[in-house]
Each structure stands twice: as C-alpha cells, then as structure tokens.
Design a binder for this molecule. Structure first.
Ligand code: NZQ
Ligand code: ZN
Length: 392
C-alpha cells in the first residue's frame, strides 16, 4: 500500500424529496446571490427546475440563471458565467444537472476570483487557489463530479478537452435524489453506468501490492453496478435500484477507492480526446476503449486480470490457462457494456482510422517528462495507436 492523505469534504444529502432542503442549505453556507447553472432543458421537463426554484424562493433566495451547458461543457459558456457572476456579484454557484453542468459550475467558481483567463488552469499555466462555493443537485449518476475534485472543460478552439484536479473545487454539498433520474433516457443511463464502472476499473488496475481492502471495496462497488444496471434499464422508476446506482456513482469517484493505490487513468485521458474530437458521450467512448486497453495491457500483470474476471464477473477460473480466464473476463465486460446499450467500436462513434494519429498525439500526458499516459503500463503514442487500432 502506498501512503495517502485522504479527505472528501463534500457533504452528501441523499434520498427522496431532498431537494426541498436546498434553500435552507444554501443559507447555511451563506449563499445570498446565487447563480443557478443548468443544461439543455431536461430539468424543466422533469420538474427538478420547479422543485429547485420553490425551495430557493421559500428561503428568500434570488437566483440569476444561466442554462445551456452542453454535454462536454464548453469554455465559451464558462467565460460567460464568470462575467455574469462578476456583474451580479454572485457569491454562490448552484449546479443542477450532471457532470457537464457541475464541471462548468466548478470552472466558473475558480474563474471569478482569478484575474487571468480561466483556461490557464486547464492548460497547466496557473493553479487555482480559491473558488466561489459550488453546490450540486445531481440529475444523472455518471461522472461522479458531485463529490470529486475534478472539472473537465472543452475548449472549442482546437477541440481540446482538458481536466483539472484541485481541492478547492470539491462541491460544498450535493443533493442526490434518485427520483430525479427516472426521466433519464436509456442511452444516458447506460453512459452513466459505464462511466462509473470505469472509474472503479481505473482504480482497480494498479501495480501496487497489498491493496486487499480497496480491491474488495472496488469489487463491491463494481458488482453493485453490474447487478443493478439491468434493473434500472428495465424499469426506470425502480427506486431501490436507482438509489444503488446513484450512490455507487458517487462512491466510485470520491477517491475513497484510491486510498493506498495508484490507479491507471490512461483510458480516461484517451477518451477525453475522443469526446473533444467528435463530441461523443464520455461513457460511450470509455465502453469502446476499456476492453481494448485491457487486451493490450493484461500481460503485464495477468493475476490482476484473472482476479477481475473471477471476482467481478464470476468467471470460472481455468488454473491451466490464465489467459483464457482473463479473456473471458474482458468478454464479460464487453457484453455488459453492450447490454447497457453502449457502442463496441470507434467506427460506431464516428471515429475513423485516418483520425487515430491526430487523436493519439493530442492525448494529455500524465508524465510530461517521459511523454507517457497512464500508470499500469505507461503508454507512448505508439501504444495509444495500437489500442485505437484494436478498438476500430
Ligand atoms: O442538458 P440536459 O437537458 O440537462 O440533458 C442532459 C444531457 O443531455 C441529460 N440529462 C441529465 N440528467 C437528466 C438528463 N436527461 C433526462 N433526465 C435527467 N434526469 O443527460 C445528458 C448528459 O449529461 P452530462 O452532464 O453531459 O452527463 P455526465 O454526468 O455523464 O457528464 C459528462 C461530463 O463529465 C465529465 C465528462 O468528461 C463529460 O464532459 N467527467 C467529469 C468528471 C469529474 N468532474 O469528476 C470525471 C469523469 O470521468 C468525466 O470525465
Ligand atoms: Zn469518467
């Protein structure tokens, strides 16, 4: 186990009817002038917007509104949000939606007190030291941004999608009411489930030894997702299953499962470029990449992938042929993604072989000195190209 220093400061308010607590909570955190940030209209169609407005107005809180966040949130709207916050003297940002809205809100939060351009933070030219408080009403369990220290923003100029990890952007609180997710279309439910499962896989695929507790915690979260996914896809109003999925999505990415281990994250870094390149849903891109990443890297620690197959997907272990066990595990993962309605190839998401080189070169390096991506097996540009070819 490696040493660690863990905390997750985001307060979670979970369950049916919890949006009614929003107004008093904003007051508790001293929000008086609020920016209400949201996406393309789902919250107006499913009643979440009305519930939010009601709770805020009952608490006497005025909100300036900024909707229009697109999936793969854009820098241009972040800049607009920063301008509005400064003009209206906003002191609290409320994100109502999914990862895209939350990440946009986080970017606005760090952009307001900063004198330079907010993209500096995503381009590693500056590091944010403070943020306006950001709170969340989550409507799609997926990205885990509701209790993560990350924000991912797309700069239309160059189609660059870049992430930032920093403590000051943990939301102060997040309201998770599983009933808000009843209105999710099956494809979005599937994308969310795939993303949260991969958040655990990225952590699970470590080269660290003696990480038994977190291995088993990861396995519990993965099995919970796999068990409940068909239930929510079959019956979108299954409260119990929606609740399991919603909590699993937060636990998958609140970093408790990273304690004592170093995860991989190459698939995420590569996927961000797929989304930046062709505006595809993050979970769909991951579902295409991860089984192929596994096929490319498993030989570097076969035992970990045998364990994954046996403990997560109940594959019967072939003691004479570990490779067979591993490949059956990867096949089970692939089938799971397909059952969640996810694509299986880059072609299906509109990415062709002629694009591979440009994408591989753009991927942000986790080790800028060595120029490699990921930790389980640090990947060079040539490795990324090979994985993209496997995924074509
Ligand atoms: O825009 P609206 O109309 O709200 O529709 C959204 C959007 O089209 C819809 N939706 C959300 N809740 C709904 C709903 N439709 C019906 N009923 C509901 N209750 O779902 C669509 C997708 O929303 P989005 O916020 O884009 O999804 P997600 O939560 O998957 O977020 C994806 C973004 O998060 C980033 C991804 O890269 C991507 O940009 N990530 C952020 C992370 C973080 N900050 O920690 C980590 C992740 O790995 C990820 O990279
Ligand atoms: Zn993700």
């Amino acid at each position: 186990m490696v040493n660690f220093d863990f905390r997750n400061p985001t307060r979670i308010i979970f369950g049916k009817g919890t949006i009614a607590k929003l107004g008093p909570l904003v007051k508790e955190y001293q929000g008086s002038a609020v920016l209400l940030h949201f996406g393309g209209g789902s919250i107006k169609a499913n009643g979440v917007y009305d519930a939010v407005k009601k709770s805020l107005s009952e608490a006497g809180i005025e909100a300036v509104e900024l909707g229009g966040v697109k999936p793969n949130p854009r820098l241009s709207l972040v800049r607009k949000g920063i301008k509005i916050c400064r003009e209206k003297k906003v002191d609290f940002i409320l994100a109502v939606g999914g990862g895209s809205v939350i990440d946009s809100a986080k970017a606005i939060g760090i952009g307001v007190p900063y004198e330079g351009d907010v993209w500096d933070f995503y381009a590693d030219k500056a590091f944010p030291k403070k943020s306006l408080p950001v709170a969340v009403v989550l409507t799609i369990p997926a990205a885990g941004s509701e209790s993560s220290l990350s924000s991912v923003i797309t700069n239309d100029d160059g189609a660059l999608k870049r992430f930032l990890d920093v403590d000051v952007i943990y939301p102060v609180f997040s309201i998770l009411d599983p009933e808000t997710t009843y209105s999710l279309p099956p494809y979005q439910t599937g994308c969310g489930i795939s993303d949260m499962l991969v958040h655990v896989i990225e952590r699970y695929c470590t080269r660290e030894l003696n990480v038994d507790l977190t291995d088993r915690l990861c396995e519990a979260v993965m099995r919970t997702i796999i068990y409940n996914a068909p239930k929510v896809l079959e019956n979108p109003r299954d409260y119990a299953a929606r609740a399991e999925i919603m909590w699993a999505g937060a636990v998958a990415h609140n970093n408790s499962l990273s304690t004592g281990r170093i995860g991989d994250w190459a698939s995420h870094m590569i996927e961000h470029e797929l989304s930046g390149f062709n505006d595809i849903a993050h979970g769909a891109g991951l579902a295409v990449l991860v089984p192929n990443w596994m096929k490319y890297v498993y030989k570097h620690d076969p035992q970990r992938f045998v364990q994954f197959a046996v403990r997560v997907f109940n594959v019967e272990q072939n003691f004479h042929d570990p490779e067979e066990t591993i490949l059956r595990g990867i096949g089970a993962l692939r089938n799971f993604f397909s059952s969640a309605g996810m694509p299986a190839s880059l072609k299906e998401i509109g990415i062709e072989e002629k694009d591979f080189k440009a994408i591989a070169e753009k991927v942000k390096r986790s080790d800028p000195v060595k120029g490699t991506v990921g930790n389980f097996l640090p990947l060079t540009t040539l490795d990324i190209l090979e994985i993209l070819k496997l995924a074509k």
